[in-house]
Design a protein around this ligand. Structure first.
Ligand code: ADP
Ligand code: MG
Length: 279
């Protein structure tokens, strides 16, 4: 059965709750991460020394003003874009010390991606889009299709399976992208503004799915968002400013449906006391 088979790998193996210490349980670790974009005329120092840790099974929201470096951080941690300096450790492996081929395989096996604009391939059907990462990871076509159909169904898309992205709604397209991100049962799912193009009803549906996966399967989520509502559904909110982490806050869901946000003030640098953001 697809479910049992996939549970043995990826998130199943990385699931939260069994580590002896916090350090053993770290799934993402960045050390002094810098990214400088050199466009020829100007250099943009988009990340200015990020030390960031995520424990296995956490859902972390990354927030902050436009241009503060959220997407750059996500891209550098996920292997999309190489940092200029610093280190990224994923599940204890140094991401940028791997050869390109090994890194591609490692990413395919350990990471799923969900983007604001869905990034589905328009010429492929729903099920073909979903199975693609499995094929890329070297899973045989029959098994890839089986897994894809499982997730297409799990996300309520069985009736849409043979349609192309342009023939379904935005909310459905994002659920296809979620199914695609799950097909290799990755330990980590990176989301960049996953609800940015959705209305509030679809936003809630997508967040219900992501929070459910996080809770039930122990998958780790790093989720960039503009929405306080989305952020407050995470376990933790990290706020960026000018290429640095400005604030790290724990979020506790209250019994009355509200949330308590508890921020680590040591990491807080107010604009008044530190206009350069700490560097
Ligand atoms: P955010 O996701 O928080 O809006 P980004 O990570 O996209 O921020 O951008 C951080 C900074 O890096 C911004 O000043 C942005 O203009 C710049 N930047 C992002 N991508 C590139 C690029 N490919 N080339 C040059 N500058 C870039
Ligand atoms: Mg961005």
């Amino acid at each position: 059965m697809v479910e049992n088979e996939t549970m043995k790998t990826g998130a199943g193996a990385a699931g939260a709750g069994s580590a002896d210490t916090v350090a053993d349980n770290l799934i993402i670790l960045t050390t002094n991460l810098h990214k400088i974009y050199d466009t020829g005329e100007v250099q943009v120092h988009a990340l200015r020394g990020i030390d960031f840790q995520v424990s296995s099974g956490e859902m972390v929201a990354v927030m902050g003003p436009s241009g503060s470096g959220k997407t750059t951080l996500l891209n550098c941690m996920s292997g999309i874009d190489e940092p200029t300096d610093g280190e990224v450790m994923i599940r204890g492996k140094a991401l940028y010390k791997m050869r390109d081929n090994s890194r591609t395989d490692f990413r395919a096996q350990n990471m799923g991606f969900i983007f604001q604009t869905f990034n589905l391939l328009p010429v492929l059907t729903v099920v073909e889009n979903v199975e693609l990462p499995a094929l890329v990871a070297g899973v045989k076509p029959g098994e890839s299709r089986k897994r894809a159909l499982h997730w297409v169904e799990a996300l309520g898309l069985a009736d849409q399976s043979g349609k192309r992205p342009a023939e379904i709604s935005g909310g459905q397209q994002q659920r296809v992208a979620i199914a695609r991100s799950l097909v290799n049962d990755p330990a980590i799912i990176w989301c960049d503004e996953p609800t940015g193009n959705l209305d509030s009803e679809n936003q809630n549906q997508v967040m219900d799915v992501l929070c459910g996966l996080n809770k039930d399967r122990g998958q780790t989520f790093v989720l960039v968002t503009h929405s306080e509502e989305v952020g407050e559904r995470a376990d933790r909110i990290v706020r960026m400013r000018d290429g640095l982490i400005d604030q790290d806050c724990g979020v506790t869901q209250q019994d009355d449906g509200g949330v308590e946000v508890d921020c680590d003030d040591d990491d807080t640098e107010t604009a008044a006391s530190d206009p350069d953001g700490g560097r």
